[in-house]
Design a protein around this ligand. Structure first.
Ligand code: AHR
Length: 626
């Protein structure tokens, strides 16, 4: 095939194209990106009446050691009403205590330091210290220290534990050095080495792999987690800020628990750390009504937030904008400053609604929220939703509402088989440029069995090439979901799998990373001529050529979905000042290969004009002109 470039006919495209979708699904937050090592630190686990593992209760992940102590949970006099439950230990013989198993064990490294903290009190007249030990499977001690003697009222105790051994499945044991009653709550253990060294921070290796994708924005906290599976399960941002012991944990609709330790402040901080725009998504006053989701059927019957409470709900959303951007003298800006960030977070985008069914209940509430935000913050880009499917009435109605209100951007979601991406290459070519821009907030290629392999990854690379051509109408994209903890998945495929000690990026991850590293802000049109007009060939090669203004680099992306190598002649017509060396990266493998990784080489510019695309491959050629 021959590709001829028209370098002078470029068009501006979005420079926010590649972002990430973070949802607390598959243990992405607690037990995942959030570096807390203690599971159920606040004794708040409770699955309630609805979904989830009914065996979960407030002592999940905790046991008593030996037979000289008992563990119960009380709510009579908590540290804070948001965090109602606490542990009550009754000790008849010194040496008894409680043990936490962590999330599949607690991984510790020899010589590394861990911040331990706990709230404790005891009504006894003789009160002692708390002995804190890291122990291995057979009880061997791999680190120990003590707090000072505890007092009669709730008080926080902090100590540093140093591990003397590397062990992936340690547990932590807390042994009061006294008998009688001891109350404990908010038992916490953090590695001192978190991402960027923040306290209450993120797991460094996992956060780094995400940062390496060079995402231009981070959408959070979902997904369905954002609107919840009932009015009582909506993600309410105010419950997630401030001192950890005052945050309000809740049941996660994916069947586990959200401690809210990774809350809005931490999300904003992560965005800042990795140079990404924050894109919070809040419920449009309705919980998940998607009857296609078993989880959400009950919520669908609940309708939306009662009209009598909508003003308060809208104020909550306006307060979020003040929290992110307001001056330190404002009510909510001052809370951000108190958390350690006096400078604003520069929030520019806010999503309202997550693939909601577009009903009257939705429209009424969305309209109220949209108008209120635009009135107070006209510069804020409000992202609406096109419902759960890319076709059907919700999609049509979602777009109609957007047109009626003048919404600037619409969030679309779809998960399709690889063939769909081949047959719908012109999907966005057909979009009306005078209407709202698109945020493709969730998408992935799905095959039976839901693998993430070369076939799915190349379908996504293919779609992204077609999206770059439409980068004047598609402003942002994010693959979904992002993270999944091995053996704890509710959804496959995901982009990055992990366990307590390893991070395992998928083939799809490398596609996202290559696009993130090689995005541009100008699309350069080009023509492709084939020696055949056979669809089976011509529809299986995609190309996109962009220029990045900042570096002056020209980036050529070529995807070959054919089972054989293809020769390409590349005519870089009109590009001046080509530097002698270019960088070529190729990702290829058999369609069912789950281990393929990109291979990079520096090539002579003279070889760019005749290149070979391996069978089933994604090739990126980065050419310098400055
Ligand atoms: O990405 C996983 C789920 O898929 C999201 O929570 C939801 O928005 C969509 O249905």
């Amino acid at each position: 095939a021959k590709i001829t470039l028209s370098a002078s006919d470029g068009k501006r495209i979005s420079d926010l194209m590649m972002g990430i979708f973070f949802e607390d699904i598959n243990y992405a937050a607690d037990g995942g990106l959030y570096a807390e090592l203690i599971q159920n630190r606040g004794f708040e686990y409770n699955m309630g009446e609805r979904r989830g593992d009914k065996s979960w209760n407030n002592t999940k992940a905790w046991i008593v050691n030996g037979d000289q102590g008992t563990l119960t949970v009380d709510t009579l006099a908590p540290i804070h009403p948001n965090n109602k439950h606490y542990a009550v230990l009754n000790i008849t013989g010194t040496g008894a205590g409680i043990i936490n198993e962590g999330f599949d064990g607690i991984p510790v490294k020899a010589g590394e330091k861990y911040d331990f903290s706990v709230f404790a009190r005891s009504p006894e007249s003789k009160r002692g210290k708390l002995l804190v030990r890291l122990i291995g499977k057979n009880g061997e001690v791999c680190g120990e220290t003590s707090t000072k003697s505890i007092s009669g009222d709730w008080q926080k105790y902090t100590v540093v534990l140093t591990a003397n051994k590397t062990i992936n499945d340690a547990r932590i044991e807390i042994i009061p050095q006294q008998t009688g009653r001891v109350d404990l709550d908010m038992v916490s253990l953090f590695p001192q080495k978190t991402f960027k060294g923040h306290q209450n921070g993120l797991r460094a290796d996992l956060a780094q792999v995400i940062a390496d994708m060079k995402p231009r924005f981070v959408r959070f906290p979902g997904g369905c987690v954002a609107h919840g599976d009932g009015l009582d399960n909506m993600y309410r941002w105010k419950n997630t800020i401030g001192l950890l012991e005052t945050r309000k944990p809740q049941r996660n609709l994916w069947g586990y628990h959200q401690s809210m330790g990774l809350g809005y402040f931490e999300y904003f901080q992560f965005c800042e750390d990795i140079g990404a725009e924050p894109v919070p998504v809040l419920a449009a006053g309705v919980p998940c009504q998607n009857s296609g989701h078993n989880e959400c059927r009950i919520a669908g019957q609940q309708g939306g937030i009662p009209m009598s409470q909508m003003d308060e709900y809208i104020q909550e959303i306006l307060d979020l904008i003040e929290y992110a951007n307001g001056d330190v003298k404002t009510e909510w800006g001052s809370k951000r400053a108190k958390a350690g960030h006096p400078a604003p977070f520069n929030l520019k985008y806010i999503g309202i609604g997550n693939e909601d069914l577009i009903t009257d209940i939705f429209e009424e509430r969305f309209t109220m929220i949209y108008n209120a935000i635009k009135k107070k913050y006209p510069e804020m880009v409000v992202i609406g939703t096109a419902g759960p499917f890319y076709e059907g009435t919700d999609y049509v109605e979602g777009w109609k509402i957007a047109a009626k209100l003048g919404v600037e951007m619409i969030d679309e979601h779809y998960y399709n088989p690889p063939g769909w991406y081949i047959h719908n290459q012109d999907f966005y070519d057909k979009y009306d440029r005078s209407k709202a821009k698109v945020y493709l907030g969730e998408y992935a290629a799905h095959l039976p069995g839901r693998p993430n392999n070369v076939e799915t990854a190349l379908a996504e690379a293919f779609h992204l090439a077609n999206i770059e051509r439409n980068g004047d109408i598609v402003a942002m994209t994010s693959y979904a979901p992002l993270l999944a903890k091995e053996n704890h998945t509710q959804w496959n495929p995901d982009l990055i799998y992990f366990n307590n000690t390893e991070v395992k990026p998928t083939v799809g991850y490398y596609v996202q990373k290559l696009y993130g590293e090689n995005s541009g802000n100008e699309y350069l049109p080009s023509k492709i001529e084939f020696s055949t007009d056979w669809d089976a060939v011509t529809k299986r090669i995609a190309k996109s050529i962009v220029r990045d203004d900042k570096t002056g680099d020209i980036i050529v992306k070529l995807i070959n979905l054919l089972p054989k190598e293809v020769n390409i002649t590349l005519d870089l017509n009109g590009i001046d000042n080509l530097k002698p060396l270019a960088v070529k990266t190729v990702l290829s493998g058999k369609p069912d290969d789950k281990q393929a990784k990109p291979v990079q080489e520096t090539i002579d510019i003279s070889t760019v004009s005749t290149c070979k695309l391996p069978a089933y491959s994604f090739t990126v050629i980065r050419i310098q002109t400055k």
